[in-house]
Ligand binder design. Structure first.
Ligand code: 5GP
Ligand code: MG
Length: 179
């Protein structure tokens, strides 16, 4: 196991199996909707690439880059790069790496809804419901895994921009971020 990783929470195989299951559901849902699939950068890139290849329906890809996470506490949100597609009247599927406090997804959904799409749905690989901020009522429509309140890295998720390239989701040793 890589240095700094305490334990593996989700193996590569568990992740890929779940993505195939979600893919079947999303393929049925979006079969004739030609959705714009919006990835929220940067954490989603690994999940995004695997997920879209399991959606066996015509679709368009796009990305939004919002301010990155600093340390283990969510920071404020700004748009670094907006999507490029015109989504008015289109079906939008947001792919996210993790639904934590809910700040970034709430921000993203409100931003996209202002562009008057036909629909907006959310698919998140990970959901940490224990961390949800009071007052956030938004629900993810599709969830890969509900996980406990631990700081995870790998499969796109970083700590100080490291660990994104791990093929699994692991729990970081607390001493790594307590240093
Ligand atoms: P939220 O706005 O829901 O608090 O946080 C969403 C973003 O925070 C995620 O897209 C991700 O970038 C980051 N984040 C939240 N929890 C974790 C975690 O356990 N590990 C890592 N690496 N990033 C996280
Ligand atoms: Mg993210």
């Amino acid at each position: 196991m890589e240095q700094g990783i305490d334990k593996i929470l989700l193996t590569e195989e568990q992740i890929q199996t779940r993505i195939r299951e979600l893919g079947a559901v999303l393929t049925a849902e979006y079969a004739d909707k030609n959705p714009v699939i919006v990835g929220v950068l940067k954490g989603v890139v690994v999940f995004y690439a695997d997920m879209i290849r399991q959606i066996k329906a015509p679709c368009q890809i796009d990305f939004m880059w919002i301010s990155s996470y600093k340390g283990t506490v969510s920071s404020g949100m700004t748009i670094r790069q907006d999507i490029s597609a015109d989504i008015r009247g289109r079906h939008v599927l947001i792919l996210e790496d993790i639904y934590d406090t809910g700040n970034s997804l709430t921000f993203t959904v409100e931003h996209l809804l202002a562009k008057e799409p036909a629909s907006v749905k959310i698919c998140t690989l990970l959901d940490k419901p224990e961390r949800r901020k009071p007052g956030i009522t938004l629900q993810a429509d599709y969830v890969g895994f509900t996980i406990p309140n631990e700081f995870v890295v790998g499969y796109g998720l970083d700590y100080n921009e490291q660990y994104r390239n791990l093929p699994y989701v692991g729990i970081l040793k607390p001493e790594v971020y307590e240093k």
